[in-house]
Every structure is written in structure tokens, then in C-alpha cells.
Ligand binder design. Structure first.
Ligand code: M6R
Length: 597
């Protein structure tokens, strides 16, 4: 059960894993292994060598201490009275460690988690107050973020938990209960879930699951019924989740569109935003990390052009620490697939602290960002498993397009006729994306030919530049090839010195007004020996005069071109990575959901 649950959480980290199992009153047995979960599975013969009826497990993405068996969780106190797994970062672990060292504790790992375990052990033994009080005392002392699951030797058949910032849920079964950091881990056993709140604790036994506050009082919580299907998170015949998810893009786009286009008109009232509110915003800030930030880069052009509202795009990790000067009537849009990204969540809280309204564009229902935002636009991409985002990115773009049209209408800058045209163009996107995917063999051929290159540069202007940023991230993330995206006009201010004979340049040019300008920049690099791959809209055949290889995407309203140009870029990265023999779904050093800062 533990191994199976962990396999659904591997997207959170996969550099080592471990389990701790108890069989009735017998002592706990801990088995850990460096590497993928499969190594642990082998080591325990699929769990058979550690039988039991109560246990905790963990799959790790290293923050403190290198990925090793020693640093893998679970961690145990010296006499094994306390054993725990932990997600998050204990920021003041050094100070706590010194306190424990002064009290005679020793440490075998480099992790902050071992410090947390031994701190619980310390309070548990010093005050003899029982698990909940010992954990509560620790919570008061620990700074940072944590989702902790703890077993105590004196309490067989019981698991305790504590949460601050890092996600955690309880699953309510029949004669069995669960704690996990995400729903897929327990979906095979139950669909009834309680979301553990911030600074809350939990205690589960086979018969009972209770949430407890810092005062030690049991609190009533709402039980949520999970309606989505575990099947959706399986590979369904594809070699990799990434390819499966690329194939799901037309559906993700279509479902997301239909959630807001009703009876031929746009309606985003489901987010909680009223027409009055939309009219009142003076500016928009878009905040996200990685690909979500790149969505913001595209959205900036679309929103400013269609809704005539000033937009700023910020990296969540920067926004959260630089005390941005937000106007009270601004709208902050936090984009996140997981809804749990630590930096994006912190950015949301910073905006709310300044009294500014927040719209979350989120894929995971009930995630922290969805719960804390004032308004939520759910992208309907379904569960995304591959570390490299594809369908969620596309659904987020659609979410922003719809927001742009809705704001444009509310602000009186888009005529009904124009809105109709835009909506009809948006509705044609799923079919166009499908056509690009059907033609994937050409991209595969090209990728195979160039899989051994060392560097690649992506060039574009405006919206095309924003799409290039995503194409470049995809490439480096899964193929480990050095790649950079440049605003085409900026190249000659330094980077062009890197171009030499055979350097791969991918130029994206879909916007009529600046098509010739981008082509000129492509000619500049060609003159210096670069190999040019061009991506443009059907009809722009003059691209062939410049580029060595051209990929065409169907024509669309230019505002929505990134939805189309990103597909060949995703496929290109995918095929290059496959050709290089890389584990596409789980590239090194990464985690799907970055719940630490
Ligand atoms: O879950 P989020 O959308 O908040 O995640 C943000 C980034 O971590 C994510 O987009 C990341 O850049 C992807 N691995 C890119 O493919």
C-alpha cells in the first residue's frame, strides 16, 4: 500500500525513498534506498519483506543533504520512539539542532527532518505529555514549512500529522484511514478526503481520523468527495506521460474553453468575478513560476491588447520578497498548475496582505492557491503527471485569453462583433492543435537529426518571444541541452557572439506586423553560419527563403498564436530527449510540484 501510494507521488521528488512499517505492537522497521522508488520496491520485494498494518513512506527531493540512503526519510529518534517523514523545509533547523546537541542528541544525517524528529522526541520525553502536545510544542518552535507524518513506539496503530504550508490530506476509509500529501496516493482506497489546514494536526487510527488544533482541541472539518478518476493519471498506452499529455491538449483546451463560453458568449462568473469588479481594476499583475510565468508573458500581450489594461508579469520567487507597490484596485493573477507551488502561494499571500484581490488560475481543485484566492479560474486539463508541463500550460493560456476577452468586454473596449470573432477563433484552436500533433513525424525526423547539438537559441518578437521562452525551458528541462530564448532584436546586443557555424537557431514568427523584422534577425544569424529552423503560420511561405527547415502551424487570430506554436516546440523537446535516452517524465534534479522555496 505504501509503495503503491508513493508511486503516485513520485512527481514530487524521486531521488530516494523509504518506508517505516509496524506490525501490531512490534518495533518499527525502516527500509530506505537511494534512487527511484523501483530500487526500494526491489529491496523490499514489493513490500513483502516488511509486513505490517501501520506505516509511513516518503519519496524525496533533496533540500538539506545530498540524495543518499542516509538522508532519505523516514528518520528515527535514537531509540526509535519517534519515526517520521516530512515535506518542506525547517528554516531554523540549525538553531534547533544546536539546542538538541546541548541536550545530548547526536545526528546521523544532514537533514532538517532528523532535527524535527528529535525535537518531537525531546518534548515527548521531557514533558511526558503524549504525541499531540509534543508535536504542538515543536510546531511553536519550528519555522518554515512542513507536512509531517509521525509514528510513536508507545502508540501502535496510530499515525500523527502536522501541517504548516506544505500540502496534506486525510483519506477516510472503511476500517482504515490515510494521511498523504496528495489525493492520487490514496485514491485507490477512498474518495473521501479532508484537507488539513495550516497549523493543524491530525491523529488517525483504523477507526478514527481527527483534526486537532494547536490547543489540542478536536475540530470539525468538511469532508470532500473526489470526483475525478484515478484512470486519468495512468499512461494509457503511451510510452511517456509527456506524450500522452501532449495528445490531451486539444481536450484540455476545449474543456477549459467550454467552462467559460456558454451560448456563444463569454461568462467567467464561475470564478466569482462580477462585471462591476472587472470594470474597476486599474491594472493586472501576473505572477507564477517556470512555465506558469511564461504563460504570464504571453498573457501580458493579449490582455494589454484586448482589454487595454496595463499588465506586469513577475516571477513569484521575486515578487514575494520585493514588496511590490500594488495599487489597491489592481488584480493579481496567480497562475499555477499544482496550486501548491510555495513561491506562488507566498506571492498570493503578499498580495492579500496588501489588501489586493487575487484571481488564481489553477488546475488542481482544492489546492492551497485555489482555496486562498478570492476568485478561481479552474483550467480543466485533468491530472498532469510528467514533470514538464504541456497540457496545463496550454489550458492556462486559454484561461488568460478568456480573462482578456471578459475584461475587454467589461471595460467596454471590445465590441460584441469582435468578441464573437475572438470566441470563434478560440473555439477553433483544439482542432488546429490536433492537426499539428498529427503531423508530428516531421518534427521527430528533425529532432533525431539534431539530437546531439550542444546549444540551441530560440528567437522571436512579442508573443512569439514569449512562446520561445517556453520552448527553451522545455528543451533544457528534458533534454539537458543548453538553450536560451531571446527577443530577436536583442540578440545583437551580446549573444550573437555565441553564434558560429552550425549553431541551432529556432525562429518563431507568426505576427504579421513584425514578421519581416524577425526574418531579418534570422538572416543575421544565418550569415554567421547558424542552422535555422523556422516556425510560422501557414501562408508565410517566404520563411523558406531564409530558414533551412520550416514548420507551419495553422493560421489563427494572432493573439492566440502561442497556443499553436508551442506544440511543435514541446514535440521537438520531447523527441530530442527521447533520442538522447533521457527519462522524459522525470528529468534529473526536478520535481513536478515545488512545494519548497
Ligand atoms: O504547479 P505550477 O504551475 O505552479 O509549477 C510551476 C513550475 O514549477 C512549472 O511550470 C515548471 O516550470 C515546469 N516543470 C515546466 O515544465
Amino acid at each position: 500500500m505504501l509503495l503503491e501510494g508513493l508511486s503516485k507521488l513520485e512527481y514530487r521528488g524521486y531521488d530516494s525513498a523509504g518506508i517505516a512499517v509496524r506490525d501490531g505492537e512490534k518495533d518499527v522497521r525502516v527500509v530506505k534506498a537511494r534512487g527511484r522508488l523501483s530500487v526500494l520496491e526491489e529491496k523490499t520485494d514489493g513490500g513483502r519483506t516488511v509486513p505490517g498494518n501501520c506505516g509511513i513512506g516518503h519519496t524525496r527531493w533533496a533540500t538539506h543533504g545530498e540524495p543518499s540512503e542516509n538522508n532519505a526519510h523516514p528518520h528515527v529518534s535514537e531509540d526509535s520512539s519517534v519515526v517520521a517523514v516530512h515535506n518542506g523545509i525547517i528554516e531554523n533547523y540549525q538553531e534547533l539542532k544546536e539546542k538538541l546537541l546541548r541536550n545530548g542528541y547526536t545526528f546521523y544525517s544532514d537533514t532538517d527532518t532528523e532535527v524535527a524528529v528529535k525535537l518531537i522526541d525531546y518534548y515527548y520525553k521531557k514533558y511526558k505529555v503524549g504525541p499531540i502536545d509534543a508535536i504542538a510544542k515543536c510546531m511553536v518552535r519550528m519555522r518554515g514549512s512542513y507536512a509531517l507524518a509521525v509514528m510513536f513506539r508507545d502508540y501502535p496503530g496510530e499515525i500523527y500529522a502536522a501541517r504548516k504550508e506544505s500540502p496534506m490530506i486525510l483519506g477516510l476509509g472503511d476500517g482504515e484511514n490515510f494521511i498523504a500529501s496528495d489525493v492520487p496516493a490514496i485514491l485507490k482506497h477512498t474518495r473521501r478526503v479532508i484537507y488539513v489546514g495550516n497549523l493543524e494536526m491530525a491523529r488517525i487510527t483504523p477507526e478514527k481520523a481527527e483534526i486537532i488544533d494547536l490547543n489540542g482541541d478536536v475540530i470539525e472539518k468538511e469532508v470532500t468527495e473526489i470526483t475525478w478518476d484515478a484512470e486519468a493519471a495512468e499512461k494509457g498506452g503511451f510510452e511517456h506521460f509527456m506524450m500522452k499529455e501532449i495528445y490531451e491538449e486539444p481536450r484540455a483546451i476545449e474543456d477549459t474553453l467550454h467552462s467559460a463560453i456558454k451560448e456563444g458568449t463569454i461568462d467567467i462568473s464561475g470564478t466569482g468575478l462580477t462585471e462591476e469588479e472587472m470594470k474597476s481594476f486599474s491594472s493586472v499583475w501576473i505572477v507564477g513560476c517556470g512555465s506558469a510565468y511564461h504563460v504570464g508573458m504571453v498573457a501580458q500581450y493579449v490582455l494589454e491588447d484586448l482589454a487595454k489594461i496595463p499588465v506586469r508579469v513577475e516571477l513569484a520567487s521575486e515578487f514575494r520578497y520585493r514588496q511590490p507597490l500594488l495599487a489597491k484596485d489592481a488584480l493579481v493573477v496567480i497562475i499555477s498548475q499544482s496550486g501548491e507551488t510555495a513561491d506562488s502561494l507566498a506571492a498570493l499571500r503578499e498580495a492579500k496582505r496588501q489588501g489586493v484581490k487575487v484571481l488564481g488560475i489553477v488546475n488542481v481543485v482544492g489546492s492551497a492557491i485555489a482555496r486562498e484566492a478570492d476568485y478561481v479560474f479552474y483550467t480543466l486539463a485533468g491530472p498532469e503527471i510528467a514533470v514538464a508541463t504541456t497540457k496545463a500550460y496550454s489550458a492556462q493560456l486559454i484561461g488568460c485569453d478568456l480573462l482578456a476577452v471578459a475584461l475587454g468586454r467589461a471595460r467596454g473596449v471590445l465590441e460584441e462583433e469582435k468578441i464573437k470573432e475572438l470566441l470563434s477563433d478560440l473555439l477553433s484552436l483544439p482542432g488546429k492543435v490536433e492537426r499539428i500533433i498529427e503531423d508530428k513525424e516531421r518534427i521527430q525526423w528533425f529532432a533525431n537529426k539534431f539530437a546531439n547539438i550542444n546549444d540551441v537559441f530560440f528567437l522571436g518578437r512579442g508573443l512569439d518571444y514569449a512562446a520561445c521562452m517556453e520552448g527553451s525551458l522545455k528543451m533544457k528541462e528534458i533534454s539537458y541541452i543548453h538553450s536560451e530564448a531571446y527577443a530577436a532584436g536583442e540578440l545583437k546586443h551580446g549573444t550573437i557572439s555565441l553564434v558560429e557555424k552550425g549553431t541551432m537557431i529556432i525562429g518563431v514568427a507568426t505576427q504579421k506586423r513584425i514578421f519581416e523584422k524577425t526574418i531579418s534577425n534570422m538572416v543575421e544569424v544565418k550569415t554567421r553560419g547558424a542552422y535555422l529552423c523556422g516556425i510560422t503560420s501557414a501562408g508565410n511561405y517566404s520563411m523558406e527563403d531564409t530558414a533551412d527547415f520550416v514548420l507551419y502551424v495553422p493560421k489563427s487570430d494572432e493573439h492566440f498564436s502561442a497556443t499553436l506554436t508551442v506544440i511543435p516546440l514541446q514535440l521537438l523537446a520531447y523527441y530530442v530527449a527521447v533520442n538522447r535516452g533521457i527519462d522524459v517524465d522525470k528529468p534529473r534534479n526536478l520535481a513536478k510540484s515545488v512545494t519548497v522555496e
